[in-house]
Design a protein around this ligand. Structure first.
Ligand SMILES: C[S@@+](CC[C@H](N)C(=O)[O-])C[C@H]1O[C@@H](n2cnc3c(N)ncnc32)[C@H](O)[C@@H]1O
Length: 208
């Protein structure tokens, strides 16, 4: 996410952004496309710490072009990605062609995965766009196997009219739903973003 994304956050699309249109240039941002080796390594290191050590079934909600899905697949996880934007899903399918990964067009709030359950649900920069995040988090917890975990990467972007979800709110929503959670501030790690940032960025790893 960039402050530029945030400043366009008005209108009728989820989060105010036309994600189908955004898909074509989405990977141009360092933290989206992970084209720079240092940025990519920074995210790979974080995911190694956040995801289960043993390869498992991973659900990437609002997967976008699949950049984090690919890092997870490279660690051996079997990935199911879901995104509302067909253009994003098309790019994710191309990015993970030949991998143990499937991508579905659908709503992250109620992903079309039937009775399937997962070892990890990974969601980066999506929860803030969804109405009623408390209900959504409850549903996501129900998609996890016993001992499973949510890995949520969120933040607050922009200064004039900020959008996003503050860590304090997210951890309060999660508290009654999970056994334990760990908040990791990410603003100080410029490698993740390809530049220094000053707004609030963080990850929460929550065990059910
Ligand atoms: C900021 S991008 C993040 C993409 C990806 N998670 C990443 O970190 O690279 C937000 C993504 O969420 C998707 N999205 C927005 N609302 C959604 C919804 N209700 N259900 C599924 N995907 C949604 C958009 O299409 C877009 O791909």
């Amino acid at each position: 996410m960039t402050s530029d994304d945030a400043t366009t956050a008005t209108g009728a699309h989820p989060g105010g952004i036309d994600w189908d249109t955004a898909a074509a240039s989405f990977d141009d941002e360092p933290d989206h496309g992970l084209r720079d080796a240092d940025v990519r390594a920074a995210w790979a290191d974080r995911l190694a710490a956040w995801l289960p050590a043993r390869p498992g079934d991973l659900l990437d909600l609002g997967c976008g072009t699949g950049s984090l899905s690919l890092l997870a697949a490279e660690r051996g996880h079997r990935v199911t990605g879901v995104d509302l934007s067909p253009a994003m899903v098309e790019r994710a399918r191309a990015k993970l062609a030949g991998r143990d990964a499937v991508f579905l067009v659908g709503d992250a709030a109620r992903p079309p995965v039937g009775e399937r359950r997962f070892d990890a649900v990974l969601v980066r920069h999506v929860l803030w766009t969804l109405p009623d995040p408390g209900q959504v988090l409850r549903h996501w917890c129900g998609l996890l196997r016993p001992g499973g975990r949510l890995v949520l990467v969120e933040g607050v972007w922009g200064t004039v009219d900020p959008v996003g979800i503050p860590a304090e709110r997210l951890t309060a929503l999660l508290a009654p739903l999970v056994a334990r959670q760990r908040l990791e501030p990410l603003s100080g790690d410029a490698r993740l973003w390809g530049r220094p940032v000053t707004d609030e960025r963080y990850a929460v790893v929550a065990m059910v």
